[in-house]
Design a protein around this ligand. Structure first.
Ligand code: ACM
Length: 537
């Protein structure tokens, strides 16, 4: 799937220069992203920063540039090392990471309590001819500032092969902080299994757009993907296949810890999901005693939903829940545990509510906050629970109202409307992958909505954030995953991060177009939507 050769890069630069000349001559050309060979305008970043003040001379990274970090701060030093590690291959420069001297020239990472106004994830990036300074109250803010800096460099800075300079960053000040505290992406590793390395690759892609949560859908009818010591057949048997009958797979506890560790290094929190009481065939196949009739179900490799249910009346069910939730909570440093709860069509409403009344306190006892799909609103959401709304145009008013009422009663909401945020929906009828039950979701459709006002009757403060789920019934490789995620992943990130005042499709599509060459450099496969003015075809 890779990519731009050196010669192509030069051609891109030449094309860009021609475009700039056209623009300079006052030709009424459509809005265009800046040419990929040169420095990006200061505001040409996705997600759009809260505030951009261009001005002053640019900064140029040269062979003499150092990355300066506060002394005695391993976290800042690690972020400095990460940035230098990203830029060394393409620039060919040494880019030493030096503790101290953060008032000296170079790229400076500064931890500053005074940046508290922008919160732990906010940052300020200021560029003069002498330095690029990223200041933040916490490491997360420094890290997000580094992502902004990456987008202000020429796209070829993302190359793993040495590229020609200059490495120029436009002058001025960006002041930035997220709109929402929860900005997630979900990966369904149950329908098709994805390896630790594939998940880590996706985490790195999420980090580009300042996502801070990776929701792993770890269990479903077709597969159980996490080792549970007390119930070993869940992974050994329940994880032994996938949609279409492939070999499946599962994460050992060390595998899962490695995903958590890598995600944390990118300021991404892992949110594990065990989907219950429906979507449980893999568990029901692994243990006969989880079934009401005591008979184990066969493994399932199809794509129907709604046929499985844990046995709500059986004590074994709650032994299972206790062990699974307990072990998963112990492995998970993040605050959330997702208990699914969607499409429990084989569980009666009273049983569903009774089940959730027993399961939610188990999650709390293990120190985690419940997230559930929005059907949890039909039971009694625990205090502090978050509901993940995945409705679409076809969702009835009664269901929407139930979710809004739960939000007014104190539940938080994560917005993942399927006809906007589902990355597995086809872009057009010709998209070779994906599904279309919620509609066709082109790039504009995915971007052009407001999480704050999306569901009528929901107080603005109830909205915790957004999430972009990627279900994998039709997806089994990283290239397929990326094709469905990009470009929509960037748009959902912007909805979660950027202030509503920046929301503007016409401006967004130009900033988005500038991401294309960056994805080319990173070897990311993406859908070249005709709605976006990509620079080259
Ligand atoms: C879902 O799409 N069933 C949450």
């Amino acid at each position: 799937m890779r990519r731009t050769s050196f010669a192509t890069t030069r051609r891109l630069a030449a094309t860009g220069i021609a475009l700039l000349l056209l623009a300079a001559a006052g030709t009424a050309a459509p809005a265009r992203a800046a040419e990929p060979g040169g420095p990006a305008p200061l505001g040409q970043v996705v997600p759009a920063p809260a505030s951009v003040r261009p001005g002053g001379d640019p900064y140029e990274i040269t062979a003499r540039t150092a990355v300066r970090v506060p002394p005695g701060n391993p976290e800042a030093a690690r972020i400095g090392g990460y940035l230098a590690g990203l830029l060394r291959p393409s620039t060919g420069y040494r880019l030493p990471v030096l503790p101290g001297g953060t008032d000296g020239p170079g790229i400076r990472l500064v931890l500053d309590e005074g940046e508290g106004g922008s919160g732990g994830e906010g940052y300020r990036l200021s560029v003069t001819s002498r330095s690029v300074t990223i200041s933040a109250r916490e490491g997360a803010g420094l890290f997000h500032g580094v992502q902004t800096l990456r987008q202000l460099l020429p796209a070829r800075a993302g190359s793993t092969a040495r590229q020609p300079g200059p490495w120029t960053v436009a002058g001025g000040v960006v002041t930035d902080a997220p709109r929402y505290g929860y900005r997630g992406a979900m990966l369904d590793v149950a329908r098709h299994f994805f390896t630790v390395d594939q998940v880590k690759r996706y985490v790195d892609q999420l980090a580009l757009y300042k996502y801070n949560a990776l929701h792993l859908h770890l269990s479903d009818d077709q597969g159980w993907r996490i080792a549970v010591d007390a119930w070993p057949r869940l992974a050994a048997h329940g994880g032994s296949t996938q949609v279409g009958g492939g070999p499946g797979g599962f994460y050992s506890k060390d595998d899962y810890r490695e995903i958590v560790r890598h995600a944390a290094s990118r300021y991404v929190t892992v949110v594990p999901e065990i989907d219950m009481p429906g979507h449980t065939n893999a568990a029901l196949a692994s243990y006969a005693r989880l079934n009401c009739d005591g008979v184990a179900r066969p493994l399932y490799t199809g794509t129907e939903v709604g046929f499985s249910s844990l046995c709500v009346a059986k004590p074994d069910t709650y032994d299972f829940v206790e062990d699974v939730v307990g072990e998963l909570a112990a492995l998970t440093p993040g605050p959330y545990l997702h208990i699914g709860g969607d499409e429990a069509h084989s569980t009666g409403p009273a049983d569903y509510a009774a089940f959730m009344d027993r399961v939610q306190p188990v999650v709390a006892r293990h120190g985690k906050t419940v997230i559930g799909w929005h059907q949890l609103a039909g039971a009694r959401p625990a205090p502090g629970a978050l509901l993940q709304y995945w409705g679409y145009g076809g969702t009835g008013a009664a269901e929407r109202d139930r979710v809004a009422a739960a939000a007014r009663a104190g539940a938080g909401l994560i917005l993942s409307p399927a006809d906007r945020a589902y990355l597995d929906m086809k872009y057009t009828k010709d998209t070779p992958l994906g599904l279309s039950w919620a509609g066709l979701v082109e790039v504009r459709q995915s971007y052009d909505w407001d999480p704050g006002g999306y569901l009528a009757g929901v107080p603005a403060a109830a909205v915790a954030g957004v999430e972009a789920p990627l279900w994998t019934e039709t997806i089994s490789t990283s290239a397929q995953l990326e094709y469905m995620a990009f470009p929509r992943l960037a748009g959902i990130a912007e909805l979660g991060w950027s202030p509503p005042a920046t929301h503007d499709w016409a401006a967004y599509r130009v900033r988005l177009a500038a991401q294309g060459p960056r994805w080319d450099e990173l070897g990311i496969t993406y859908y070249r939507s005709p709605q976006v003015p990509w620079l080259v075809t």
